[in-house]
Design a protein around this ligand. Structure first.
Ligand code: SAM
Length: 283
């Protein structure tokens, strides 16, 4: 839920009795799409800011953290990622990071709401600048339905860059969708899903791990990383693979420029913190 008190935009997490605010200077977009309430604000210190249904999605200043971490760990965990699918990702920041990998031959992005991508084109053009890359196919559809109809063993890496499990995003955290992801991935396939923050949503993370395990993903790891504009200032991406170990990673190619991700950081983040291990360990 977003609240505007004077010149502030807040995201409130009722169940945690917490609120995070950013001082804004101008409302740039306020649109009720067929799927969600889309807002874009100009802020005093964070560039532009996008919210969906009152939940902060990204700001111009810090979105590289999230987008690098939704793309590189999964791709570096795969021996040769050629075909990539992004579910959600409408702002195209994750897509931009995926395209920096020369070995990737095709990226299909399926976001349910075209309005998000059109807003990104206007207010976050640095994230959509590579959308005309010949490897890119942008689709606007429900990711649950798309995955249900996708052919088996046809994808190397699936990235679920979705909103929270509310509204249209709910199905993307469920066992049926995750079972379809397992079916659509090739034998050495990898998936990663946006899996919230353990400081705010540990029960949801546990359910997500359970659903992944039920779908057949024996090997799973949640990587915790900072995200200043999200509740708790952090978020996780949960990696899962059908076979093999997530500890086997390829070093990042020298020609891929990053500001947060590194091979050493990736290795460090694979060491799950004890409090998370305790909660997730026996899932
Ligand atoms: N970083 C953000 C976060 O952690 O909440 C996610 C950013 S991205 C904008 C989230 C995208 O998921 C939105 O563009 C939304 O339209 C999309 N989305 C939600 N439910 C979806 C579904 N069922 N199928 C495809 N895309 C979906």
């Amino acid at each position: 839920m977003s609240g505007k008190h004077g010149e502030w935009v807040y995201e409130t997490v009722e169940e945690m009795g917490a609120r995070f605010g950013i001082r804004v200077s101008e409302k740039l977009l306020d649109e009720q799409t067929p799927y969600q309430h889309l807002e874009v604000w100009r802020t005093e210190r964070w560039g532009n800011l996008m919210l969906l249904d009152g939940v902060i999605m990204l700001s111009s200043l810090e979105n590289y953290l999230y987008h690098e971490m939704m793309a590189h760990p999964a791709l570096q965990s795969h021996v040769a990622p050629r075909n990539v699918v992004i579910i959600g990702g409408g702002d195209c920041g994750t897509l931009t990071e995926v395209l920096s990998h020369k070995e990737v031959e095709s990226v299909v992005q399926i976001d349910i709401d075209e309005a998000v991508t059109r807003a990104a084109e206007r207010f976050f053009p640095e994230l959509t600048a590579r959308n005309d890359d010949p490897r890119v196919s942008l689709r606007f559809d429900d990711g649950v339905a798309w995955m249900r109809n996708a052919p088996a063993a046809s994808v190397d890496v699936i990235i679920v860059d979705s909103t929270d499990p509310i509204g249209p995003g709910t199905g993307l955290f469920g066992p049926d969708f995750l079972a379809d992801c397992h079916r659509v991935l090739r034998e050495d396939g990898i998936m990663v899903g946006q899996s919230e923050s353990p400081f705010y949503h540990m029960p949801l993370m546990i359910d997500y791990h359970r659903a992944m395990a039920a779908a057949g993903f024996a090997e799973r790891r949640s990587l915790l990383f900072p995200q200043p504009v999200y509740p708790g200032g952090s978020i996780t991406g949960t990696l899962a693979r059908k076979a093999g170990s997530l500890d086997e990673i390829r070093p990042l190619a020298d020609d891929i420029a990053t500001r947060y991700y590194s091979t050493a950081l990736h290795r460090g983040l694979l060491a799950t913190p004890p409090f998370m291990q305790e909660a997730l360990g026996d899932v």
